[in-house]
Design a protein around this ligand. Structure first.
Ligand SMILES: NC(=O)c1ccc[n+]([C@@H]2O[C@H](COP(=O)([O-])OP(=O)(O)OC[C@H]3O[C@@H](n4cnc5c(N)ncnc54)[C@H](OP(=O)(O)O)[C@@H]3O)[C@@H](O)[C@H]2O)c1
Length: 289
């Protein structure tokens, strides 16, 4: 039975596709631009061109689908778009949705956590089988820091010396592949973390070692970080939401370590040092000016 993956060209959707192709599962990828996703078609993924902000494009993508993986980036209308997808899926006969959510959904007052919780609740009310994947911050977010590291040798952030249990997106995608294809995950919410909580100072050290260059962590006041990133062109709504989350983290909300990844994957969650070494090898040039 074909599984539909939204966010198929993205971080988690792309990795989930890799795992599912290894399992020889027939796949359809929902993509906005078929040309940009042609590499997926080359690997045997059926491409459906569609956009969650254009609900009329979803019917063809959902035809004959019983199981879907719902992934969407943070957008100002994320709740509306994901809930619209859930309604369209229900109407077209989908039976099961695995949803990419976030750690702290329904618990923290921060915007992203509230939005994801609203979508989770909508999915639960739909009557379809559901699984919520609630990862902590992805280790792969370092991609957003690489250019600054290349230019300055510094990581700038505003989370102080709070440890965070960053998770490898590859582990999250591997869990998604299992939840989409194996029984026993209906009505489950899995908080997914790395094997330890570490500070940004430690991350700077680990990347410094992996890249063989000196990298320091510089903690900024939240207002200074916001001003710098606004000047770099990031939208204010996104920065405000992220800073709300950082404030929660500073009170310890991102520190806990769970054992769902070892339980579901039957192996340890990837440690940051291993991720840094892998990422430094494949993206080395991004960290040098
Ligand atoms: N980053 C973190 O640390 C973190 C941690 C926990 C949870 N999360 C959650 O993870 C989610 C993001 O996952 P990700 O990192 O895999 O995202 P991503 O890499 O940014 O990928 C987003 C994908 O969504 C597609 N897309 C964008 N707008 C779309 C639309 N209107 N209709 C259909 N597809 C659309 C993009 O396709 P195109 O090729 O068409 O652009 C892309 O494939 C967010 O909901 C976030 O809250 C993130």
């Amino acid at each position: 039975m074909t599984i539909l993956i939204t966010g198929a060209t993205g971080n988690i959707g792309g990795e989930a596709i890799r795992h599912l192709l290894d399992r020889q599962v027939p796949l359809r990828g929902l993509v906005r631009d078929a040309a940009k996703a042609s590499y997926l078609a080359d690997r045997g993924v059926d491409l459906a061109v569609g956009d969650l902000s254009q609900p009329e494009t979803l019917n063809a993508a959902l035809k004959d689908i019983k199981t879907a993986f719902l992934v969407l980036p943070n957008l100002p209308n994320q709740v509306e778009l994901e809930c619209g997808f859930i309604d369209a899926a229900k109407q077209s006969g989908v039976k099961q949705i695995v949803k990419l959510s976030v750690m702290g959904a329904g618990e923290l007052p921060s915007t992203f956590q509230q939005w994801h919780h609203q979508i989770e609740q909508h999915l639960e009310r739909s009557g379809m089988a559901w699984t919520h994947l609630r990862p902590n911050m992805f280790m792969q977010n370092v991609r957003w820091l690489a250019q600054t590291i290349a230019q300055t040798g510094n990581i700038y952030n505003a989370v102080g010396d709070t440890p965070i249990s960053h998770v490898d997106a590859r582990d999250v995608a591997a869990v998604a592949a299992i939840c989409l294809t194996e029984p026993g995950h209906d009505r489950q919410s899995y908080v997914l973390t790395g094997p330890a909580a570490i500070t940004f100072e430690t991350i700077a050290e680990l990347f410094g070692r992996a890249l063989d260059r000196s990298i320091s962590y510089v903690n900024l006041p939240a207002a200074d970080l916001k001003a710098a990133r606004l000047a770099g062109g990031e939208p204010e709504w996104y920065l405000d939401a992220e800073l709300e989350l950082f404030a929660c983290w500073q009170q310890g909300a991102g520190t806990s370590v769970t054992d769902w990844i070892p339980k579901i994957l039957n192996r340890s969650a990837t440690p940051y040092a291993e991720f840094a070494s892998d990422y430094a090898q494949t993206h080395r040039q991004d960290f040098f000016a």
